[in-house]
Design a protein around this ligand. Structure first.
Ligand code: ATR
Length: 295
């Protein structure tokens, strides 16, 4: 049976020292995580051998076992493996359990401990790097898949106001709202009815539509003045949503690059007990990515 517990410095300290680290996913070749972690390691002068490992859902269990065998002590997990990772951990943090998603693995004895740093990464990016408030914001979450689930709890914990969830498949939005279990604060709406709703101060796009180059066809009436629009994706996958956000009058149209860097910093701190500074690598990646994202 899986133990559930909050992440603690005890876990971090028991895993400090040399060892191998990796990011698992499919596809993984274009992952920015090795570059981010290399920058953190240089900055803090910490030995941190971190490599991408391509693995499908079928290959993941075997690939992770081989990684542990070869000295693997920590790993990130990205699409499509986050839910699978949550299933195979011996222990899991409360944050990861609620999100039903693990993006950070820590070797502990003969098994893996699972954490989810995506939600913390999102909140740190909005409130820390962008210096924007989320407290009390009337929030619309677009999507109800794994990414939406990973950030919904973090948004609520950060003190947003009402949360409305809209998903193309309405049943998934209802399932996420039920899992959250705060009916006075969390509501669902039919995607097709979004034109009737407006006044959102924060709109978070957690759909994967941009990756398939599909438009969300959102009404421009959704936003309150000076609203924040945030796409969990970055690069080309975020361009459509960000273009819509600007045309709808958003005060801030943000992509998920900052969240990517911040979730990586959270993972690095879990493994090494030291928190890297993130501004330099964020600026480097911002300059490197094809850009249309801006505040
Ligand atoms: P992830 O782990 O990236 O969240 P996922 O669990 O497959 O991936 O979820 C993808 C999300 O994007 C879902 O909310 C999906 O809506 P459905 O539940 O209806 O499938 C949403 N999505 C994908 N393509 C979309 C599109 N073209 N328009 C609207 N929503 C879309």
């Amino acid at each position: 049976m899986q133990l559930i517990e909050e992440e603690s410095s005890e876990i971090a300290s028991s895993n400090r020292g040399p060892g191998r680290y990796a990011v698992f996913g499919q596809p993984i070749a274009h992952s920015l995580s090795p570059r981010i972690h290399a920058a953190f390691a240089r900055q803090l002068s910490i030995a941190h051998d971190y490599r991408p490992i391509e693995a499908s859902t079928e290959e993941f269990v075997g690939a992770l076992a081989a990684f542990a065998e070869s000295g693997g002590v920590g790993a990130n997990v990205t699409l499509p493996l986050k839910q699978h990772a949550a299933r195979l951990c011996l222990s899991i943090s409360e944050t990861a359990r609620r999100a039903d998603s693990v993006n950070t693995l820590v070797r502990r004895g003969e098994g893996w401990h699972g954490e989810s740093t995506d939600g913390a990464g999102l909140i740190r990016d909005i409130t820390g790097r962008q210096r924007l408030y989320v407290r009390g914001r009337r929030t619309l979450l677009l999507g109800a898949g794994g990414a939406a689930r990973a950030v919904a709890f973090a948004l609520l914990d950060a003190g947003i106001g009402e949360l409305t969830i809209a998903n193309r498949t309405a049943e998934r939005a209802d399932a996420l709202a039920d899992a959250i279990g705060q009916p006075e604060r969390v509501h669902t709406r039919y995607w097709t009815d979004l034109g009737q709703w407006g006044g959102f101060d924060l709109v978070v796009n957690a759909t994967s539509a941009g990756h398939a180059n599909m438009s969300l066809a959102l009404p421009t009436s959704l936003l309150a003045s000076r609203a924040i629009c945030y796409d969990l994706s970055y690069g080309k996958a975020s361009f459509g949503f960000l273009a819509w956000a600007r045309s709808a009058g958003a005060g801030h149209a943000l992509d998920g690059l900052g969240m990517l860097v911040e979730q990586a910093a959270e993972a690095f701190e879990i493994w090494h007990g030291k928190r890297p500074e993130t501004d330099a690598i964020y600026a480097e990646l911002r300059a490197y990515l094809p850009g249309d994202a801006e505040d």
